[in-house]
Design a protein around this ligand. Structure first.
Ligand code: AMP
Ligand code: GLY
Length: 422
């Protein structure tokens, strides 16, 4: 099978890594890939989606997997399908579940899927009135894609009103903020759940926890995610069943009804409040760094899983996972999440303990390659992944690998998986 992966992060590297070890996969392409994906396959520097689809036709690509939300909300899946290609991801219409928070919230309300109480509006007066009806903290969200920065947890009513005014005036996020959501704050613990969907059937992956804040103890600014682990013991069978019954099934049926059947990864941001799963948000792709820890837990060949999901055959698949835990620790550049950093050479010391070497690996993200050397090029640079029979063992191995990785300005959290270990 010839497979192409669209994207350039650690998420795409980790999908490529399992496909590279999959005997069914003969060729692997990344569009555009990063400085390390060339260890796994070939990087393709085509930006235009029509041209990329033509490349897939010309090179007899059997399956394309889309990593990030940008190409999905731009409609890359529709463009590929129009050429008769097999591609895993939602159509442009279905990708609105992530592309527009207003669309998502109204969808959740229409199909009675549990979510925080909210108002969706472009009018400052309505927003202020709803703010006054809530108790602080209050959550304010811009409608459109804001690179993960469009959510404000306001500590007071005044702060919420300032956030709304700045969004609606276009000051904070331009057009993406011209409609806003104001919603009640949910107090609980947060999970990332992923359902691989083929429009009709789905497979729910082991639940993960991300660590969105930059600093230990969940302090500091929000980031794309500083580390993750799975499966989390914070979820029992009952919660999995509730998520399937109350969130995933009604979403698949609802999207069919909307004329936009959902194919691809439904990423459900969940808050567990008093044992009940409440939907915080949907994304239409794998989480990053969650993907980096879920891929190595997959026992079923990834080629089979993604191909069947992309060809409406999930009902014929009995998916298996290793009975292990995975912990991923993100190493970011000095100025993350605010600014780029100057490139810094990455040096990975040799690992002499077989047990560590065999149960750890690196998923590379923000890296460039020059003359055989890898350089951290800013943002989240790489993820050190550890596997083990317990979360603690997996965590210890991940951190042992972190100790072997060096680049100037490297930044990491030291408490990944703390909620599972306390
Ligand atoms: P979102 O992009 O909607 O996932 O929001 C980003 C982050 O803000 C989430 O991962 C949560 O940690 C937090 N958040 C969003 N909505 C709420 C809410 N209603 N209550 C509490 N925290 C929230
Ligand atoms: N790690 C969360 C995300 O990918 O949005």
């Amino acid at each position: 099978m010839r497979v192409m992966i669209i994207g350039s992060g650690g998420r795409e590297f980790s999908i490529g890594r399992v496909l590279k070890n999959d005997p069914e996969v003969s060729n692997l392409y990344f569009a555009p890939g990063n400085g390390a994906t060339t260890m796994l396959g070939e990087n393709i520097a085509i930006k235009d989606y029509e041209e990329l689809a033509q490349f897939a036709v010309d090179n007899a690509i059997d399956l394309t997997i889309v990593g990030p939300e940008g190409p999905l909300t731009d409609g890359v899946v529709d463009i590929f399908k129009a050429k008769g290609l097999v591609i895993f991801g939602p159509s442009k219409a279905a990708a609105q579940l992530e592309g527009s928070k207003v669309y998502m919230k109204n969808f959740l309300a229409k199909y009675n899927i549990p979510t925080a109480r909210y108002i969706e509006t472009a009018h400052i007066g309505d927003a202020f009135k709803f703010i006054d009806s809530l108790s602080a903290p209050i959550v304010v969200k811009a409608d459109g894609l804001c690179g993960g920065k469009g959510v404000i947890i306001a500590a007071s009513h005044d702060e919420a009103k300032v956030a709304v005014s700045e969004m609606l005036s276009g000051k904070s996020f331009g057009d993406a903020g011209l409609r806003v959501i104001v919603e009640e704050f949910l107090d609980g613990y947060e999970l990332s759940m992923f359902a691989l969907c083929d429009g009709k059937d789905f497979i729910l992956l082991p639940a993960a926890q991300d660590h969105k804040r930059l600093l230990d103890g969940d302090e500091g600014p929000n980031t794309g995610g500083m580390g993750a682990y799975a499966p989390t013991p914070l979820v029992d069978d009952l919660i999995y069943e509730k998520v399937k019954d109350r969130i995933v099934r009604p979403t698949l049926l609802g999207m069919q009804e909307e004329g936009a059947p959902f194919e691809g990864v439904l990423f459900i941001g969940i808050m567990i409040v008093n044992g009940e799963p409440i939907t915080l948000e949907f994304n239409v792709r794998f989480g990053d760094p969650e993907c980096e820890i879920l891929m190595p837990l997959l026992k079923t060949p990834a080629s089979e899983l993604f191909y069947k999901a992309a060809t409406k055959q999930l009902d014929t698949l009995n998916v298996e996972f290793y009975e292990q835990f995975a912990v991923g620790v993100v190493m970011a550049s000095h100025n993350y999440p605010f600014d780029n950093s100057i490139p810094a050479e990455i040096v990975v010391d040799a690992i002499h303990h077989d047990e560590i070497a065999q149960n750890t690996h690196i998923a590379y993200a923000g890296v460039i390659e020059e003359e055989g050397k890898l350089y951290a090029s800013g943002g989240r640079v790489l993820v050190c992944v550890g596997l083990g029979d317990s979360i603690k063992q997996a965590r210890d191995r991940a951190y042992m690998l972190c100790g072997q990785v060096h680049f100037a300005g490297k930044k990491l959290r030291t408490d990944i998986a703390y909620q599972a270990l306390r």
